[in-house]
Each structure stands twice: as structure tokens, then as C-alpha cells.
Design a binder for this molecule. Structure first.
Ligand SMILES: [Zn+2]
Length: 73
């Protein structure tokens, strides 16, 4: 018995609609202040790789936030 083979067969049986969303655990309101996108690697920073994505997005958008996340008083 090959446990890996068994897992592959299990995955194949799943409908294609149920795609694994790596950002499913993000807060629903999380978005990237630079591109304004939700559900992207730059939308919510909870790891070093995603911090890089956010940084890359900031550079791409010339560090201009389209959404102001700072509260104005
Ligand atoms: Zn972004």
C-alpha cells in the first residue's frame, strides 16, 4: 500500500470546483492597500513570503496606497 497513491486517488475524486484556496484563512476584509485586491498574496501579510509580495506590490504601485488604511483624525 502506498499512502501517497491513496491520497492522489482521493484528490482525483474531488470535484474541480473545490479548489484549494491558500488564502482562505485571511480575514474577509483583508485587502492590499496598493492594488486593492482581495485574496491575493499581497492582500494579507501573515508570512515572510507574503510580506515580500506586499513589498513587490508597493514598488509596482510606486508606494502609493489607493486605499488609505490610516485613520484620519
Ligand atoms: Zn497588491
Amino acid at each position: 500500500m502506498n499512502p501517497r497513491k491513496h491520497k492522489q486517488a482521493e484528490n482525483a475524486r474531488k470535484p474541480k470546483k473545490e479548489q484549494y484556496n491558500p488564502y482562505a484563512n485571511d480575514p474577509p476584509e483583508a485587502f492590499c492597500p496598493y492594488c486593492g485586491e482581495k485574496g491575493k498574496s499581497c492582500s494579507y501579510v501573515n508570512s515572510l513570503s507574503r510580506a515580500w509580495s506586499r513589498g513587490a506590490c508597493a514598488i509596482k504601485h510606486n508606494n502609493i496606497k489607493i486605499h488609505n488604511t490610516d485613520s484620519m483624525e
